[in-house]
Each structure stands twice: as structure tokens, then as C-alpha cells.
Unconditional design. Structure first.
Length: 513
């Protein structure tokens, strides 16, 4: 590294720090140490890390965590079991994963327990998808699986310093819910039920479309998969007992992905209030989030804020073309899948959106562009404005402030601030130079923006400094605080994050000038 500031560097001398775990202990091992098994950031086309277990993680510090405790519990909340309730295709898995991602970011030890994963792990035949599941032997198998999930959630609380366990299953019977309440009350865990109800046909259809793409239906024909899944819905409707105050339980009823929320006896304190606020901001995201660096100017120094040079203008134009072409491509793919889905669901009541507009058309209202406030960053979006696309400056996207080491080279920092430099290399995420911000400071001040992004339904492009993109990417891809400073964003790639119920997927799209 020759002439860049610290915010531009993935990690100064990061290989040395990576080879020696103790180098990350900038203050005390109790506060900063993290598991060496998760030092490798997810750079390629892959899913996020939201399902990686935390049960064996000692002294875990997450990117948005404000403090740590000896017990591992945050916000003085104690143990909480969140139980999802609802029919198939009501977004329960999506809710459980979203809550897991958000609360882990806050530093809460959270784990999702999906009944379907346990079922698949204990049989080579998808018994739970067939009529056999409702026979005597099928019921016994189901009870054994539920017992195993319950035991694992109990172990998570008692042996893994777990704070929030999320149980993702139907849970549509009153006796089953009462049993969960009684079991976990014995170990001092509060139980909060979240009943997800979907009445909008388009949302129900979209959930079915996603469900039949899962591994459950890997070797099924699409027509048979749709018929089987809709049969699962109707067969469970006859057994469904809606939640009501007469059960004397704490619950939230979540209609159509946040259109309406009803709460009953949910006075569990600050953490549950934050989760409820998060659910109010959560949306059924159909678009993608795109990340891009800004174009080049004649000086990339922090103290300068120059207009784009010729190379930067060329990059801006190319970026505009790449983003719009990618959105058109994904729209065309959705139209093809919707037509195929409708063809295979003729004898059912579900229908996918038709996307009747021309494949080559582009609706400027379907894309939002957010940029930081600096001239070269905002100017990178100039060609989007010419296409009639709304471009907004967002103050929250301001890059990490490097303080006294602004625009210094690596060698200059080592020479002028040797002790500070050593501290930084030990813990690049939390260390703060004089009059500077740390990545942790950046993550904390960006939390309102994260909630706003969770609420967005359209495609959104964010053009910002690499330090800002690292934090945003770290949230959506469930990165650790060790990984965030190591993430790399080049001007040669557009980073796309797409969403599905089980995890977020990252794709890196080349930008060739």
C-alpha cells in the first residue's frame, strides 16, 4: 500500500494478524477475541453466514454490538424462545432468518432451529411431504423430531450461552404451543409466539414459488410439487387453531408481512421492543441491493473532494449500463419463471404475477440510487439521473473518518504512530485513531439506514466509499467483526445481494471498461 488511508486498506499487514489469533486481542481477550474458524470473508458467489452456529463461540463480538457481559446476554433480556406459528407458505422461515440476522448484528446470541432441516437430516425420504406423515408411524417420527429440536434448543440456552432461540415450524395446535410454554418456562426462558398470516394472493403465490424450488422438491416435477404443496396448505388448514388471548400466551400476530401487527402480553422489555420495531420495518423484498464504488477523480485523497476525471465519467456511464441491464435480465428471468409456474398450476388456485410489460422496457421508478454526499460519489450517479431515476444523497453513507492518519501511507503511519499502528493491526475493526472513527462507530451510526434498507422493496444501488460498503455488506451477509475490514470492493465489480427465505446470496458482476 503506497498512498492510501486506513479506510481504503482491507487490513494492514492482515496476513500476520490472521496467522496469529492473539493479534486480534487489542484490549482484553474477554472483549475482542473471536473464533478463528470464521476469519475467511465471503467474497465469491455464495450465501451468507446467518446459519453458522454460535453455540461453541466464546466471547463473540458482533459488528453492531455495543457491549459484552459475562453471561453473554444483552439488553438485560434473559433467555427468549421465539416460536413461529402459521400454515405453510406464510413466510415463517424468512422471518426467523431475518430476526436471527438482525439480533446477531446487535450482539445477541441467536440461533434458528428449522424443523424441516431436522426432518431431512433423519430420513432419506421426504416423509413430511407425503400422506404417510399423518399415519401412526409418521406421527411417532414427527414427535421424535420435535423432541430432538426441543432438546437442542434447551442445550443452546443451558450450555451455549444462547439468548434467543427461534423455532421455525407450523406450531398450529394449541396443545403443542402449551407444551412449549411449559417446557421452556421450567428453564427460565420467556416464550414469544409470532403467528404469521398471509391473505394476499400474490404473496402466497410467491411463497409457494420459492418453496417448490427448495431441496424438499429436488426430484419432483413442478406440476406435482405445486399440487403437493398446495395440498399441504389445505390439509393443515383443517387442523389450524389460531392464536387467541384465551391461551394465556405472549404473542404477536403478523399479517401479510407487516401490513398489520397485533400484540398480546409482550411486555418483555427493550430487546423484544427492538425486534417488534424491526418486524414493522421488514418487507417482502423482491428487488436486489447493489453496491458500487464511485468513479475516479484526479485525487482520491480524503482531504480532497474533486469532480470525476475522464476515467471516472467513463466508469459512471458503464456502471449505469451494467446495473440497468442486470435489472432487465432479472425481470426477464422472473417473467419466464412466472409463466412456467402458471403453466404448472392450472388445476390450482394459485397464479404468479404475469409481468406483461415488454422485456426490454425499464421502469425508472423500479430503481433507487443512494450516494454519499461527496461530489465524486454523487457525480457517479449522473447518468442514472439522465434516465429519470431518482438519486438521493444520504448523509449516513459518509465514509469512515480516518482522523489524524488521513491520507498517510502505511510506512508513514508506522513511523509517526508506532503504538497506535500496532493496536490497529491487532484489532482493525474496533480500534479508533485520534479524532477518527472505527468501523464499529460506523456500524452503530448506520443502524437506522439498515432498517430503511430492510423496508425497501424495489432495487437499490448504493454508491459509496469502500469502508461504508464493507459495513453494509457485513450486515446483509452476516459477517463477523473480523471479516468486515478485510472485505474488498473494486471498481471492476458490481456487487449484487439477492434475497430468498433461507439466506442472502451475493453475486459479483464484472464492470469492463
Amino acid at each position: 500500500m503506497t498512498n492510501t488511508n486506513l479506510a481504503d486498506a482491507p487490513v494492514l499487514e492482515r496476513q500476520t494478524a490472521r496467522d496469529t489469533k492473539e493479534n486480534y486481542m487489542a484490549r482484553t481477550s474477554k472483549r475482542w477475541v473471536e473464533p478463528s474458524a470464521r476469519l475467511s470473508p465471503r467474497h465469491s458467489n455464495s450465501g451468507d453466514a446467518v446459519h453458522e452456529p454460535v453455540i461453541d463461540v466464546e466471547d463473540f463480538i458482533s459488528p453492531g454490538q455495543l457491549y459484552s457481559t459475562e453471561s453473554g446476554s444483552m439488553f438485560h433480556a434473559g433467555r427468549i424462545l421465539i416460536v413461529l406459528v402459521g400454515l405453510p407458505a406464510t413466510s415463517k422461515t424468512l422471518l426467523s432468518v431475518a430476526i436471527t440476522r438482525y439480533t446477531r448484528w446487535l450482539g445477541v446470541r441467536t440461533e434458528s432451529f428449522h424443523l424441516s432441516k431436522y426432518t431431512k437430516a433423519h430420513t432419506s425420504i421426504p416423509t413430511f411431504l407425503s400422506d404417510e406423515f399423518h399415519t401412526v408411524s409418521g406421527a411417532e417420527f414427527k414427535n421424535e423430531i420435535i423432541k430432538k429440536v426441543t432438546n437442542d434448543m434447551t442445550k443452546f440456552f443451558e450450555e451455549g450461552k444462547g439468548q434467543i432461540a427461534i423455532y421455525d415450524a407450523l406450531n398450529i395446535r394449541k396443545d403443542g404451543r402449551a407444551a412449549l410454554q411449559a417446557t421452556f418456562k421450567k428453564i427460565g426462558a420467556k416464550v414469544l409466539f409470532v403467528e404469521s398470516i398471509v391473505t394476499l394472493p400474490e404473496l402466497l403465490t410467491r411463497n409457494i414459488e420459492l418453496a417448490i424450488q427448495s431441496d424438499d422438491y429436488e426430484n419432483w416435477g413442478k406440476h406435482e410439487a405445486i399440487k403437493d404443496y398446495t395440498k399441504r396448505i389445505t390439509s393443515n388448514e383443517a387442523l389450524y387453531e389460531r392464536m387467541s388471548p384465551i391461551e394465556n400466551l405472549s404473542y404477536i400476530i403478523y399479517y401479510n408481512f407487516g401490513d398489520r401487527i397485533i400484540m398480546n402480553n409482550t411486555n418483555f422489555g427493550y430487546l423484544v421492543s427492538k425486534i417488534v420495531f424491526f418486524l414493522m420495518n421488514l418487507s417482502d423484498k423482491q428487488g436486489c441491493i447493489y453496491f458500487s464504488r464511485c468513479g475516479r477523480s484526479n485525487s482520491d485523497k480524503y482531504i480532497d473532494d474533486e469532480v470525476l476525471n475522464e476515467e471516472g465519467i467513463a466508469y459512471s456511464k458503464k456502471l449505469t449500463d451494467v446495473v440497468i441491464d442486470r435489472i432487465k435480465q432479472r425481470r426477464s428471468e422472473r417473467k419466464t419463471k412466472a409463466a412456467e409456474f402458471n403453466q404448472n398450476s392450472k388445476d390450482t388456485d394459485v397464479r404468479a404475477d404475469s409481468y406483461e410489460t415488454n422485456d426490454d422496457s425499464f421502469d425508472p421508478q423500479s430503481l433507487a440510487v443512494w450516494t454519499a454526499e461527496r461530489k465524486r460519489t454523487y457525480d457517479t450517479a449522473r447518468f442514472f439521473k439522465e434516465q429519470g431515476i431518482e438519486v438521493q444523497k444520504r448523509s449516513q453513507l459518509k465514509q469512515l473518518h480516518p482522523g489524524v492518519v488521513a491520507d498517510m501511507t502505511n510506512d508513514q503511519i508506522k513511523e509517526n504512530f508506532p503504538k497506535e499502528y500496532d493496536e490497529y493491526t491487532r484489532d482493525p475493526y474496533h480500534y479508533r485513531f485520534t479524532r477518527a472513527e472505527s468501523y464499529h462507530d460506523l456500524a452503530v451510526r448506520m443502524e437506522p439506514l439498515l432498517l430503511e434498507l430492510e423496508h425497501m422493496q424495489k432495487d437499490i444501488l448504493i454508491i459509496a466509499h469502500e469502508s461504508t460498503l464493507r459495513v453494509l455488506y457485513g450486515y446483509f451477509m452476516a459477517c463477523t467483526s473480523l471479516e468486515v475490514p478485510m472485505l474488498e470492493f473494486t471498481r471492476g465489480q458490481l456487487v449484487e445481494i439477492s434475497f430468498n427465505p433461507f439466506n442472502n446470496i451475493v453475486t459479483r458482476i464484472p464492470i469492463k471498461l
